[in-house]
Design a protein around this ligand. Structure first.
Ligand code: PGA
Length: 257
């Protein structure tokens, strides 16, 4: 990994204010592991309280609406999450694509809105088990990303800083079984090729590609050793400072384990 590893916690629909102490513990630990960039995406309700206290970690949202504002009961815009202190937003997570029928086109519209609002994005992609078993996972993910990522545009600068891809095979999320190093390596290499095709060698070659799906302290070092794994998007294991920072430590200083 050439850039600082990016370790992002996705708290999903977990966390009331009682969890602020855990966020504090993660922030304190992150101050001692500066070789790693640590970030948390809590539920919307905790973005501002965590942002207000955090000294090291950045805070992000797990979704945003594609419009800037309007009559959209229950939705929240990119501008609003940025105003609450979010620096990034996770988009196209499989739980949104499946549970909220988000299409590639909608995910792309959200990505454009988020970038316009000044947020960085973490664009998720990943195949289900049937696609993996049919042998077409790489082709599927390529197509999904091509249709979900913002089209190259003169106004889209700093792609390497502002766009991160998270490869998250659906069958590995929350199951306890991560993808194998070979599968991750093959997929990340294809995603890298696509990023370079879309955004050029300089930007597409530098943008981070992170892996998600049952990352834990026990398997993190093996996953981070795979070429072109620039970090991790972590669900279940990000809910306690102990396990989350165990993963961050494996990314920053494998020899410390
Ligand atoms: P998991 O979730 O780490 O609990 O598998 C990852 C994710 O959905 O981002």
């Amino acid at each position: 990994m050439t850039r600082r590893p990016y370790i992002v916690g996705n708290w999903k629909m977990h966390g009331t204010r009682a969890m602020l102490s855990e966020a504090r513990a993660i922030d304190r630990a992150a101050q001692r592991h500066m070789k790693v960039e640590v970030a948390l995406a809590p539920p919307f309700t905790l973005i501002h309280p965590i942002h207000r206290e955090a000294e090291q970690i950045s805070v992000g949202a797990q979704d945003c609406h594609q419009a800037e504002g309007g009559a959209f009961t229950g939705d929240i815009s990119a501008t609003m999450v940025a105003d609450a202190g979010a620096k990034f937003v996770i988009l196209g997570h499989s739980e949104r694509r499946q549970g909220h029928a988000e299409t590639d086109a909608l995910v792309r519209a959200k990505a454009e809105a988020a970038l316009t609002a000044g947020l960085r994005i973490i664009m998720c992609c990943g195949e289900n088990i049937a696609t993996r078993e049919s042998g077409s996972a790489v082709a599927f993910v390529r197509k999904q990303l091509e249709a979900s990522l913002p089209a190259p545009d003169d106004a889209l600068t700093d792609v390497a800083e502002r766009i991160t891809i998270a490869y998250e095979p659906i069958w590995a999320i929350g199951t306890g079984t991560a993808a194998t190093a070979d599968d991750i390596g093959e997929m990340h290499a294809e995603i890298r090729r696509l990023l370079i095709e879309l955004y050029g060698e300089e930007q597409g070659g530098e943008a981070r590609i992170i892996y998600g799906g049952s990352v834990k302290p026990e398997n993190a070092a093996e996953i981070f050793a795979v070429p072109d794994v620039g970090g991790a998007l972590v669900g279940g294991a990000s809910l306690t400072a102990d396990s989350f920072m165990g993963i961050a430590l494996a990314a920053g200083e494998p020899s410390d384990l």
